[in-house]
Design a protein around this ligand. Structure first.
Ligand SMILES: [Zn+2]
Ligand SMILES: [Zn+2]
Length: 464
């Protein structure tokens, strides 16, 4: 019996995208093993990404028809604009010549959407404005704070004709949404929790809100935690955009996550890695913090704080395209390797990966009980081997970037003391051992994908 959970990235670009090599944010998680998929975020173009996946001989690629739940981290356009096309596909059009109300056989929703305040109005309004009718139904459950307004589902006429009344889930006193959804997994029930993370917002001096930053009104942004309720207690944490996810820490520990997906929109790249790189570390940090985003060291620091066993970076900035196998200029691959190195160094527990579109990460059953030191080591080793092979050969930077100084001055995550330890040389060794001779591995889809990447490379060369 296949017992590994898996996460497949459908889009890995920040909001500056989509670009030739990356679509914007979306991923699907196979956490139950019953043929259903749970999606986190759904950027414009996500539906098309399903048809662009590299061919897999075992036909194990995710299919759009498998999606049963969607979890939306926040309302920014690069995370929601693909929802409507995807719903139209999953819910099917009504048979020709009939109206939705007359053909509906099963009124129960085929797909459930969970997201912050506003997501219900967004879906409802655009479906109505585009005169969309579907064969099957959907439901939107909103995760609300005490300050949020409820979007009514009563009277029924306010809803879309294919909408089922959803739940208004107000966070508990500690600010979390626990057990918002549940499913029966291969080895255990899987529950979903959500928690707030800091992303972006504005200062409002006249408004007093209960928030660590007095007067700061954050745009709602969530992280989702998918956890097995019983042995083997695997846990997958997927965060939305953030420059400070510390508020969600209580959901991310005991046990620590098998996988953390954390954004790394910005990164400081020194000129010895990319001669065209001009931005100072201070400029990069200022931009990241100002826009509510992270650099790789912040992702690594958070991974260390919660003891994550795997770390994948996503929401990669537009200036860091995914390298292709035929890139003759090694700069792209070196830049990505440097981003991973910076995150790994701060994490200190292994080799972080910067996600690329269609990358799949397996989360196998740990070989021994979590908590035992020996077991943790063997589990980590097992997890490492489950990372997919990157699509490019890497040249390891000869010397570390100056960005390490970040940890001496800016780190604020609780429990994240003493980051600047001797793990840096260990991690470079890991890269040397594991990173230099990676070979492209994309099954039968290799040819199609290569030609696509060649086109991309060619057009970029042509522009120069
Ligand atoms: Zn974003
Ligand atoms: Zn955002």
């Amino acid at each position: 019996m296949e017992t590994a959970m898996s996460v497949t990235f459908l889009g890995t670009s920040s909001g500056g995208g989509p670009s030739l090599s990356r679509n914007c944010s979306s991923l699907v998680a196979d956490v139950l093993g019953d043929g259903s998929l749970w999606m986190v975020d759904c950027a414009e173009g996500t539906l098309r990404q399903f048809s662009r996946q590299p061919y897999s001989p075992d036909r194990s690629q995710p299919r759009v028809s498998q999606i049963s739940k969607m979890f939306i981290t926040h309302m920014h356009a690069d995370h929601v604009m693909g929802i409507i096309p995807l719903l139209r596909n999953v819910l099917y059009p009504p048979p020709a010549g009939e109206v939705a109300e007359q053909v509906l056989v099963d009124p129960s929703p085929k797909i459930e959407i969970f997201g912050p305040a506003g997501i219900r109005t967004f879906v409802r309004s655009i479906l109505k404005m585009t005169l969309t009718k579907t064969r099957d139904n959907y439901v939107v459950h909103e995760l609300l704070t005490e300050q949020d307004q409820i979007t009514p589902c009563d009277p029924p006429e306010v809803m879309h004709v294919n909408e089922v009344a959803g739940r208004d889930i107000v966070c508990s006193e500690d600010g979390f949404w626990r057990n918002i959804s549940r499913g029966k997994g291969r080895l255990s029930d899987v529950a979903v929790d959500a928690g707030p993370i800091l992303h972006r917002g504005k200062f409002m001096r006249s408004i007093h809100l209960i928030h660590p930053c007095h007067g700061f009104v954050p745009d709602p942004c969530l992280g989702f935690v998918f956890r097995e309720c019983f042995h083997p207690y695997r846990k997958v944490v997927v965060l939305g955009d953030t420059n400070d996810p510390s508020a969600i820490i209580p959901l991310c520990v005991n046990p620590s996550p098998s996988l953390l997906v954390h954004e790394a929109t910005e990164a400081h790249i020194s000129q010895d890695i990319d001669p065209k790189s001009k931005r100072s570390f201070e400029t990069v940090m200022g931009k990241a913090q100002g826009r509510g985003h992270s650099i790789p060291q912040m992702a690594g620091t958070f991974a260390k704080t919660i003891g994550a066993q795997k770390l994948v970076l996503n929401h990669i900035g537009g200036r860091f395209p995914a390298p292709g196998p035929n890139d003759r200029n090694p700069v792209r691959a070196n830049v990505i390797a440097e981003i991973e190195r910076q995150a790994s160094e701060a994490w200190g527990m292994g080799s972080a990966r910067a996600a690329w579109d269609f990358m799949r990460v397996a989360i196998p059953v740990p070989t021994e009980t979590v908590g035992d030191t020996q077991a943790s080591t063997s589990q980590q080793a097992s997890c490492e081997s489950e990372f997919p092979t990157p699509s490019h050969t890497r040249t390891i930077p000869s010397k570390p970037s100056s960005t390490r100084r970040y940890y001496h001055t800016h780190t604020q995550s609780p429990g994240s003391s003493s980051h600047h330890n001797n793990s840096s040389s260990n991690n470079r060794n890991n890269f040397n051992a594991n990173g230099q001779q990676h070979r492209y591995r994309e099954g039968g889809g290799r040819r199609a994908d290569r030609s696509e990447r060649q086109d991309e490379y060619g057009s970029r060369k042509g522009r120069k």
